[in-house]
Design a protein around this ligand. Structure first.
Ligand code: ADP
Ligand code: MG
Length: 253
């Protein structure tokens, strides 16, 4: 099966600042791929490239069968029309550290919004499906509440339900539990465990090493815009091949 994400030598810079210096990274269908690394190492930038939000300036990046960056075969950047771009983005769900829910809408409306406005589903059908997704994240009883009436963990679960409502083929998580009080972390990880068990392909930037060991198929250590090393999580944690990985792991474990 061809990989869902296949990056080779991906480069990206913000002006003069080189942020990705040749990232090699692949995710197979159904795989849960966890990513760790120091702040500023390019993890979020890489996810934004995968999602088509940042231009890839070198190397090759294929996502869901589409060439997102430089097309080595054709020797040029892939030109996206706005329509193609929207169609591509729709296939990927993204969950951020901050939940970015619409403050004036209920949990249910937050989840039903994109299926109505982007996919054009009838409102009643979208609400029914949204309710199923809220059930899946354990929040059916809170469907009518606005974000400020929910805890951070509940808000993040709504954000996950909102992403799922678009039936994504790939889910990207960027430190989904980093902004949460410690006692709220588990309820979010539990939802992510469920998704993984259902076979969702996921890239998860997280410093929850226990989660990576238990749920991850692969753990990748980023530093200075490159992949330093990557392997089965338990192996990488028990026996890192690089001193930088060892030092980083001991700072988060
Ligand atoms: P991480 O997610 O690993 O903490 P980021 O991908 O957010 O790292 O950032 C990588 C580098 O890119 C950092 O040095 C950061 O300051 C820089 N950077 C991130 N976003 C921007 C931006 N919009 N403009 C300029 N520099 C940025
Ligand atoms: Mg980041």
């Amino acid at each position: 099966m061809s990989p869902v994400v296949h990056a080779t030598g991906v480069r990206m810079s913000y002006g003069e600042t080189q942020v990705l210096n040749g990232v090699d990274f692949a995710v197979a269908p159904g795989e849960v791929s966890c990513v760790i690394g120091p702040s500023g190492s390019g993890k979020s930038t890489f996810l934004r490239c995968v999602n088509g939000l940042e231009p890839v300036l070198g190397g090759s990046l294929r996502v869901l069968g589409e060439e997102v960056g430089y097309n080595l075969r054709e020797g040029r950047y892939r030109p996206w029309s706005p329509k193609e771009f929207a169609a591509f983005r729709r296939r990927i769900g993204m969950v951020f550290q901050r939940f970015n829910l619409f403050a004036h809408q209920s949990a249910l409306e937050n989840v039903a919004c994109a299926p109505v406005h982007v996919l054009g589903l009838p409102a009643e059908q979208a609400r029914r499906t949204a309710m199923e997704h809220l059930e899946r994240v354990g929040l059916a009883a809170h469907a009518h509440k606005r974000p400020h009436q929910l805890s951070g963990g509940q808000q993040q679960r709504v954000a996950i339900a909102r992403a799922l409502a678009m039936s994504p083929e790939l889910m990207l998580f960027d430190e989904p539990t980093s902004a949460l009080d410690p006692e709220l972390v588990d309820e979010v990880l539990e939802v992510m465990r469920g998704l993984a068990a259902d076979g969702m392909t996921m890239v998860v930037v997280t410093h929850e090493i226990a989660f990576a060991r238990e749920v991850g198929d692969r753990l990748t250590f980023f530093a200075d815009g490159v992949v330093v090393e990557s392997g089965p999580p338990a192996e990488l944690v028990a026996n890192p091949g690089h001193e930088r990985t060892r030092a980083f792991l001991s700072s988060v474990l």
